[in-house]
Design a protein around this ligand. Structure first.
Ligand SMILES: O=C(O)[C@H](O)COP(=O)(O)O
Length: 205
């Protein structure tokens, strides 16, 4: 039995293009984001993956990316949407330009807000807060299906996926600081029966 989990960050959104902190806001995909989603589907097609189920967030940039990937694969599978997979809430930074934020608060503070494990943006969620909602959902709803041999697609967001990747790849907080996820780049995990990771294939690039 092959236990396979695929994680994909949504394609470029309208606020990604404008370099705005997005969080729980719900912008759509740009044309580039649509093309990235289709390309992700094509890359997965080349890997000969046949999904049994897909999970996504309550935000349209992830939902649309998920739909475009499955359409490219020509596969119709149950799609389960849950807010537990939503992007981290960026609180008072939401809607601000990321470069302006660096000028206002400095590179290091903004890096800590964006990439540290414990430091939340003002009024928002730290990655630890995001782990606290995304990981229980993953363990309860997604991992049992993977361990049961269901080929599973999770199309979500940079930080809700980093929350899962931290555990899947056993990243230290220091390693997490450097773990970036590119828009529309599938990561394929082959999972052992004990839920440890046997192999990782990053289809970015
Ligand atoms: O919510 C956002 O702004 C982006 O989707 C992720 O932002 P980040 O890469 O700055 O965490």
């Amino acid at each position: 039995m092959q236990r396979r989990l695929v994680l994909v960050r949504h394609g470029q959104s309208e606020w990604n293009l404008k370099n705005l902190f997005t969080g729980w806001k719900d912008p759509g995909l740009t044309e580039k984001g649509v093309e990235e989603a289709k390309a992700a589907g094509a890359r997965l097609k080349a890997q000969d993956i046949k999904f049994d189920v897909a999970f996504t967030s309550k935000l349209q940039r992830a939902q649309r990316t998920n739909d475009l990937i499955l359409a490219e694969l020509g596969q119709r599978v149950p799609v389960i949407e849950d807010a537990a997979l939503n992007e981290r809430d960026y609180g008072e930074l939401t809607g601000l330009n990321k470069d302006d934020a660096r000028k206002t608060w400095g590179e290091q503070k903004v890096l800590m807000w964006r990439r540290s494990y414990e430091v939340p943006p003002p009024g928002g969620e730290s990655l630890r807060d995001t782990v606290a909602r995304a990981l229980p959902y993953f363990v309860r709803e997604i991992l049992p299906r993977v361990l049961n041999g269901e080929q599973t697609l999770v199309t979500a967001h940079g930080n809700s996926l980093r929350a899962l990747i931290m555990v899947l790849e056993r990243l230290t907080p220091e390693a997490l600081l450097r773990r970036e996820l590119f828009t529309g780049a599938p990561i394929i995990y082959d999972v052992n029966p004990d839920s440890t990771i046997a192999a990782i294939k990053d289809l970015a690039g």
